[in-house]
Design a protein around this ligand. Structure first.
Ligand code: ATP
Ligand code: MG
Length: 411
């Protein structure tokens, strides 16, 4: 990849101002486009959906499938460098783009993140340098492998090796019978069975790594899920023990370096008891892109995870990001449009005005044209002068929106 930065406003390969391209037009692509445009770049989005959140606001929108050679060629015709906003873009498409343009992250790295078996093998291969291992697991691709899983993996969680997100493609299994039934239900596709751990908490870390190998880490996120979907992220010293945070950052840097990764990478961790009552980290999975848990960076850090994605892609400097305020992030799902819980009724717009009357609230909506229960519609970042103030504002915002309280989310 070129080390010479692609400076905004300079003229690119197609006699147009430098244009950054992104595979995928969802909310992550939209926030990448917004960050790139704020810095003066032109943008191009490839996404088959004519109404995609990123495509709607981009200079160029190529509405083809991700593996359509004509679409990929059209993207190369306008974009000087290309990134991705979701891990399930065919790795082959990224490899073919890379023959013509700088692509970050590259297809090989994305391929590892697309497959839980490869991902866990990567984690184990770097355990010596990262200091973290994944949960015990077995790959299940055949009835023989199903029969051979060791007892220690039960109770466990069966997960499809590919295409899982937001807890989809997963089943909790307690016995061998339940395991066999769950694998049947998942269509006997390649899966992994993971030992189910008693989680004390969940953390994630965003790092950005440039083509020159320089790697920076954002402050560590503490994540709370509800029904398999991220509900709340908290980033401050009272949420994450600083020593544990430092270990998580060091591990994440090592995992990115070992892959020769370029771009923004998010790694998710479980915090579990090490057997002596102390916290230890188990690595769960990684996303080769900005992550829902990193959205707080937009309002609480010297630059955001999306600006980091732009910088890494175009070869601009990556100074160590600084958090200037304690922060939380509340995910805003489509359910909020039906406060009575009856999604057959007409949707109503959530009460944004009292939420925005609270100090330090920053509303981000993704421009999705219709709400659906469970659909990620936006997020609310909350910043403040102190942890106490941020927690108080978060509690008030949750109450106004009719969401579970901080205590209920923590339970
Ligand atoms: P996403 O892409 O939304 O992060 P996903 O569908 O890829 O999620 P995972 O992150 O693997 O799935 O798991 C979702 C959640 O399930 C985790 O955040 C955690 O709460 C729980 N979970 C997953 N694996 C385990 C495990 N081995 N032991 C205990 N809990 C687990
Ligand atoms: Mg996850």
């Amino acid at each position: 990849m070129s080390q010479t930065p692609l400076l905004p406003g300079s003229i690119g390969v197609n006699q147009q101002p430098i244009t950054v391209g992104v595979m995928g037009g969802g909310q992550l692509g939209r926030m990448f486009v917004q960050a790139a445009q704020a810095m003066g770049y032109f943008t191009a989005v490839l996404d088959p959906d004519a109404q995609s959140p990123a495509g709607l606001i981009s200079h160029h929108h190529i509405a083809t499938t991700y593996d359509d050679p004509a679409g990929l060629q059209a993207l190369c015709a306008v974009a000087d460098a290309i990134t991705t906003e979701f891990e399930n873009v065919p790795a082959q498409a990224l490899l073919s783009l890379a023959a013509q343009r700088p692509v970050a992250p590259n297809g090989a790295c994305v391929a590892v993140a697309q497959d839980r078996v490869q991902e866990k093998n990567h984690f184990n291969a770097c355990a010596g340098v990262s200091g973290v291992r994944p949960a015990l697991f077995a790959a299940i691709e055949s009835p023989e492998q199903l029969a051979a899983v060791p007892d220690v993996l039960l109770p466990g969680i069966l997960k499809t090796s590919r295409m899982g997100y937001d807890g989809k493609g997963q089943a909790q299994v307690n016995t061998r019978e339940e395991l066999a039934q769950a694998w049947q239900r998942l269509g006997q596709v390649p899966c992994v069975l993971e030992q189910r751990l008693a989680l004390r908490s969940e953390l994630s870390v965003i790092v950005a790594r440039g083509a020159d190998g320089q790697t920076v880490a954002f402050p560590v996120q503490k994540n709370t899920h509800r029904d398999g979907i991220l509900a709340l992220t908290e980033v401050h010293d009272s949420a994450v023990d600083p020593a544990l945070a430092q270990r998580a950052q060091a591990s994440t840097r090592a995992l990115a370096q070992h892959l020769g990764y370029v771009g923004v990478l998010c790694v998710e961790y479980f915090v579990v008891d090490d057997g002596t009552g102390r916290d230890t980290l188990v690595v769960n999975e990684m996303a080769p892109r900005p992550h829902n848990s990193g959205h707080y960076t937009q309002n609480a850090c010297s630059y955001s995870q999306f600006e980091a994605q732009v910088r890494a892609l175009v070869g601009l400097p990556l100074p160590e990001p600084v958090q200037h305020s304690p922060a939380t992030m509340i995910n805003l799902l489509g359910d909020l449009w039906w406060p009575q819980g009856d999604a057959s009724a007409a949707p109503t717009t959530p009460p944004w005005d009292p939420v925005l009357a609270l100090p330090g609230t920053h509303l981000h909506l993704y421009g999705k044209l219709s709400a659906r229960p469970g659909r990620k519609m936006g997020h609310l970042n909350i910043t403040g002068a102190s942890v106490a103030q941020v927690r108080q504002t978060t509690a008030q915002a949750l109450a106004i929106l009719g969401l579970p309280s901080l205590q209920a989310l923590a339970a």
